[in-house]
Design a binder for this molecule. Structure first.
Ligand code: ADP
Length: 269
């Protein structure tokens, strides 16, 4: 009798272990697949700027070797160098942003909780962003009367989040306004939103915009030639690290609102 119940018990234990192992195997396969996907994604993204750097450098060299010092050629040369520089910068941004994401995914991204003067931080972000809005003749409206005076955040990271959301708002808007709003949501949380009157995001794309390398409007060279598709992926990870939440509300052709909700006090970051 005892032997039977012992083997039954062991068998059940083994079955449980086996099913746990299977789960772990599935999880492992998923992780390996995800990391392979992101490597091939990255390689694909690096190809575009690199091809452009090589192509324009070859053009430049060809013209120099042929020694054609005509004005038209020197303009072409200058343009080639400008494009090489632009692609080089994009490449650097792609690499830095990818490193940032992998630091987060490896659990190595650390934040520095600091008590900040909310108004001061907002003003410093606006100072950086205003010239971009002015260059596109977009009005920048700030409505932060209901903001908390103080909050505990990582100031550099919050600046990064806001700069990213505001520069996206400017990049994807051709006319109208960009509005920044801040308010105390309840006794534990405060919120910041960035609203634009831009091209908007389709419901399908809304589900993917926080995925690394996703870009909804690849065809629109104008807005997207210097995008990496990593900005929102980093923003959402930073918000999560701060114990907050990010939401998007958008309508194609009308505009978008990104809202970040953050705890007022430091949580265990
Ligand atoms: P990117 O460098 O391409 O802007 P992001 O991660 O910041 O990368 O954004 C991902 C994609 O989400 C963008 O390519 C764009 O299609 C869409 N997007 C982000 N912000 C906005 C916005 N304010 N209005 C419309 N589309 C947006």
């Amino acid at each position: 009798c005892c032997f039977n119940s012992y083997t039954q018990g062991r068998l059940q234990e083994l079955k449980k272990l086996q099913s746990q192992l299977q789960l772990t195997n599935q999880e492992l396969t998923r992780l390996v697949q995800a990391s392979q996907d992101s490597i091939s994604h990255l390689a694909h993204e690096l190809k575009t700027p690199l091809t452009s750097i090589i192509g324009y450098t070859e053009l430049f060299l060809r013209q120099h070797r042929q020694k054609q010092p005509e004005i038209k050629d020197s303009y072409t040369n200058l343009e080639s160098i400008e494009r090489v520089l632009k692609s080089g910068r994009l490449l650097l941004r792609l690499i830095n942003d990818t490193l940032e994401i992998s630091r987060y995914d490896a659990g190595k991204m650390k934040l520095q909780p600091t008590q900040i003067d909310v108004g001061g931080l907002i003003n410093s972000v606006l100072e950086m962003i205003e010239p971009l809005a002015r260059a596109k003749e977009l009005s920048l409206v700030v409505n932060c009367d209901r903001a908390p005076e103080k909050a505990i955040v990582d100031p550099l990271r919050l600046q990064q989040i806001l700069t990213n959301l505001l520069s996206n708002a400017i990049r994807y808007t051709e006319s109208g306004s960009i509005e920044l709003e801040c308010w105390v949501a309840d006794e534990k949380q405060w919120a910041i939103s960035v609203t634009d009157s831009g091209i908007g995001i389709s419901p399908d794309a809304q589900a993917k915009i926080f995925d690394p390398y996703f870009r909804a409007v690849k065809g629109l060279k104008l807005q997207n030639s210097d995008g990496t598709g990593l900005g929102l992926a980093i923003v959402s990870r930073l918000v999560e690290l701060m114990g907050g939440e990010i939401k998007v509300l958008s309508e194609l052709g009308k505009g978008s609102t990104f809202t970040v909700i953050l705890p007022l006090e430091a949580i265990a970051w």
